[in-house]
Design a protein around this ligand. Structure first.
Ligand code: GSH
Length: 217
């Protein structure tokens, strides 16, 4: 098989790439990477010295593609299917990329900040940084609530890369900072979870859910 995805089934940015692969039933070989294993970590670093996953390797085209958004654009260009992740219309394409950045930078990163802080030793926790992350999430929730008035999906009526970007951080963020009375946001997460590609990603992650850090402090 030409494509190999280096990933972990619980890792939120890996979900983003998996959703895109499953959306269009693109055949690929999954390579789960245990970052705690020195040899597996070294193999990932060889592909992408930053050492973060997902990383897609395309043997047919001789390309190594890191970064979830770039993987999705790459799939859209070279392995297209019924779901187009970047709309043809250039204005909608710009909106899709903006919303993708919004979910990565202003939902995903603050959610990660809170989760990763839970794994730190008690005397190394960053309570100020966590408070800032919570404030960022609340602002982003209010923005998503307004965005949802425009349609079923992140930029309207078509499922795009922005929705691939939305599910992973919203799923985990709902565990660390409740959505409150943002009913449109609650309904959006439920719509995402009901989508076939996403239900599959979540089913595969379920055996690992016990590893999710659960408590503050
Ligand atoms: N900007 C990257 C972020 C990737 C990322 O943060 N991946 C996390 C897993 S969700 C990771 O590799 N964490 C391991 C580490 O930082 O050592 C993307 O969009 O792919």
């Amino acid at each position: 098989m030409a494509l190999t995805l280096h990933y972990h089934p619980l890792a939120s940015f890996c979900w983003k790439a998996l959703i895109a692969l499953y959306e269009n039933d693109v055949p690929f070989t999954p390579n789960p990477v245990n970052l705690g294993d020195a040899a597996e970590r070294a193999a990932l670093l060889k592909l992408w010295p930053i050492g973060k996953f997902p990383v897609l390797r395309d043997e047919a085209r001789g390309e190594t593609v890191p970064e979830s958004s770039i993987i999705i654009e790459y799939l859209d260009r070279h392995y297209p299917g019924r779901t187009r992740f970047i709309p043809e219309n250039s204005e909608l394409a710009l909106q899709t990329r903006l919303r993708d950045r919004f979910y990565d930078l202003y939902v995903h990163l603050p959610m990660q900040k809170i989760m990763v802080d839970r794994l730190r030793p008690a005397d190394k926790r960053d309570s100020h940084g966590v408070e800032e992350a919570r404030a960022q999430l609340k602002t982003s929730y209010r923005m998503i609530e307004q965005q949802m008035a425009a349609g079923r999906w992140a930029i309207g009526e078509a499922f795009t890369m922005a929705d691939c970007a939305a599910l992973p951080p919203l799923f985990y963020a709902s565990m660390v900072e409740p959505f409150g009375d943002n009913k449109g946001l609650v309904a959006y997460l439920e719509r995402l979870k009901a989508r076939r590609s996403i239900a599959r990603v979540m089913e595969e992650a379920e055996p690992y859910f016990g590893m999710v850090p659960k408590e503050d402090g």
